[in-house]
Write a protein that binds this ligand. Structure first.
Ligand code: UT7
Length: 321
């Protein structure tokens, strides 16, 4: 038994912040942001718009694409680092919005890799026969926890959500998922406050995403390079068999390095970073849905999904779409 992607959906908030807008906030410029990251603009959740709001739009679009009704869904698994509340979790909040009652619903927190973790876990539920119609979402309002005075990080992030519906299938589907973490790197990329820390930094206005960008960059390129090789080997697939790379959208230079590692021309890589920035857990399902809807990704093609984020965490999925 395998799981297969029956439909995809995504959502971006209406409000757009351009590089020119950021020039008015911090000492930066469009040329630096474009050349170092590939980002031109990003979408920002409006006041009062929450992660669950974004997730609901993406989920409804994925359900429509898969031709499933809320009553069909028997598992909800959301990847997010920016939940509306401490609890109930975003999975339960989304469940209520969709009018679904009783099935397991939870969120998984693994920074930018959260969607890959959610997909990996939901895939196991489906393969084991414990779910017949799983809703898997990556949704973030990461701009809510950004330090808007830190030019090294505030130019990078955007908000959004992406979703897939997984169903059982005798044919793959998801051939394999790989999930990893190494907490040794916890100090290179973090948000340094939270419930158990007492929110002291938040109260003092000193909290915000912190990143040693250059060090993260180097580990990300090496780690993702190893991850794509490991994933292909685990499935006995050669890199020449891949149709599309659907990477996490953190930096165009990282994406290009991984494409090079796979000998894939950039025409076979889904790149949304210019328009969306780094939407953390939402970036891979957003890229996937973008390319499914514009007709680039077609049924039967072989896709490699990958992400890397704080923790560090990293994960991948090899998918016959
Ligand atoms: O999604 C989770 C995983 N995240 C990632 O994988 C992100 C990995 N890191 C990166 O993508 C890159 O390291 C960044 C885009 C964050 C930074 O690019 P970089 O080429 O590594 O730049 P840098 O941090 O080494 O900084 C180079 C220079 C510095 O100035 P000096 O010291 O050379 O004078 C920075 O102060 O660029 C300066 N700088 C900026 N200048 C204009 C940093 N941010 C900005 C900015 N605008 N926004």
């Amino acid at each position: 038994m395998y799981s297969t992607i029956a439909g995809t959906g995504s959502y971006l908030p209406e409000k757009i912040l351009t590089n020119a807008d950021l020039e008015k906030l911090v000492d930066t410029n469009d040329e630096w942001i474009r050349s170092r990251t590939g980002i031109e603009r990003r979408h920002i959740a409006s006041e009062g718009e929450t992660t669950t709001d974004l997730a609901e739009h993406a989920a409804r679009r994925a359900m429509q694409a898969a031709g499933v009704a809320p009553g069909d869904i028997d598992l909800i698994c959301v990847g997010t680092t920016t939940p509306d509340l401490v609890f109930p979790n975003v999975g339960s909040l989304l469940q209520d919005r969709l009018g679904i009652h009783g099935c397991p619903a939870f969120s998984m927190e693994a920074a930018c890799t959260s969607f890959m973790y959610a997909l990996g876990v939901a895939d196991k539920f489906v393969r084991l026969g414990d779910a017949k119609c799983a809703l898997v979402v990556g949704a973030e309002t990461l701009t809510r926890i950004v330090d808007w005075k830190d030019r090294g990080t505030c130019v990078l992030f955007g908000d959004g959500a992406g979703a897939v519906i997984l169903k059982p299938s005798a044919e793959p589907g998801i051939l394999c998922t790989r999930l990893h973490s190494d907490g040794r790197y916890k100090d290179l990329l973090l948000y340094p406050d939270g419930v158990s820390k007492g929110f002291a930094l938040v109260r003092e206005g000193k909290a915000g995403v912190q990143m040693k960008g250059n060090e993260v960059y180097k580990v990300a390129v090496n780690t993702l390079g190893g991850l794509v090789t490991e994933t292909l080997q685990a499935c006995g697939i050669g890199k020449e068999q891949l149709d599309w790379l659907v990477p996490h959208q953190a930096n165009i230079r990282i994406i290009e390095a991984i494409a090079k590692r796979l000998d894939m021309p950039m025409e076979r890589v889904i790149v949304t970073i210019a328009e969306q920035g780094n939407t953390s857990a939402a970036s891979v399902p957003l890229a996937l849905d973008t390319a499914v809807r514009d007709g680039r990704i077609r049924r039967g093609q072989l896709l490699l999904l990958e992400a890397f984020g704080g923790g560090f965490t990293w994960g991948s999925a090899l998918v016959r779409y």
